[in-house]
Design a protein around this ligand. Structure first.
Ligand SMILES: *Cc1c(COP(=O)(O)O)cnc(C)c1O
Length: 236
């Protein structure tokens, strides 16, 4: 496996998918999903051009931060976040993708307030209504977005979704399209003076091109960059 070649190949496909959709490739950010990767692999990815890493476990985030493994890149938190772990995440990442309940929103806001900073967040949507998954249901999204607007120490930047694993090419397009519609609706509902919502985080290795066709501004890619992960401990 050649990390640098993989990164270039993914970047090319992102650009091609953007152009095919009549979009500017610069609108789309590649987030390297670094779960299970070592400090050295993360450093190698950054040396090869990765500018944003996404972590989905608090423990891994903390360890990589301590090792200064992300130097030269930004870090986002993309995994499920438990309320009792917000202290280890707020203020340490530039964006939290996975706020999905009033309780978590309040905990993030309280910690940001305590630290005297503004935490950028996305609201995670359970777009396919899967019982096993985190995310706010589409019908509960407007209320949560409205609540998020009321906290001075939290800035809502957009939405995120993890649809079912793509089996057939194109199988998640309907979910990506629904996400785009929700994103547009929520943007319209935000008050006029609210800072711009500019992030629609959707698409993974198997389906990021479809996500881009449907309006993704950030794609989270792991396997296509780093190769298959070890089976153990990869479940979300
Ligand atoms: C692991 C992970 C990804 C990347 O998955 P791949 O299929 O390996 O590209 C994206 N988003 C989240 C939240 C993840 O946990």
């Amino acid at each position: 496996m050649d990390l640098s070649q993989n990164i270039q190949a993914v970047q090319k496909k992102i650009a091609a998918a953007a152009r095919a959709a009549g979009r500017d490739p610069a609108e789309i950010t590649l987030c390297a999903a670094t779960k299970t990767q070592t400090d050295d692999t993360i450093r190698a990815a950054i040396a090869a051009g990765i500018r944003l890493c996404g972590e989905n476990r608090v423990q891994e985030l903390t360890a990589h931060l301590e090792a200064n493994a992300y130097a030269g890149a930004e870090v986002h938190f993309i995994g499920h976040l438990q309320t009792n772990k917000v202290k280890q995440v707020v203020g340490r990442v530039s964006l939290i993708h996975s706020v999905d309940s009033e309780r978590l929103l309040r905990a993030v806001a309280a910690q940001a307030d305590k630290l005297g900073l503004v935490q950028d967040i996305l609201l995670e949507v359970n777009i396919a209504g899967e019982e096993s998954k985190g995310g706010v249901l589409p019908e509960d999204l407007p209320a949560l977005a409205e609540l998020a607007q009321n906290f001075a120490c939290v800035r809502l930047r957009g939405l995120m979704a993890i649809p079912p694993v793509s089996t057939v090419s194109g199988s998640n397009r309907k979910y990506f399209s629904k996400m785009r519609n929700l994103f547009v609706d929520i943007m319209k509902k935000m008050s006029d003076n609210y800072p711009i919502m500019d992030c629609l985080s959707m698409g993974m290795s198997a389906d990021y091109e479809d996500a881009i066709a449907e309006g993704a501004t950030l794609v989270r890619v792991g396997t296509a960059l780093f190769g298959p992960r070890p089976a153990m401990g990869t479940a979300r």
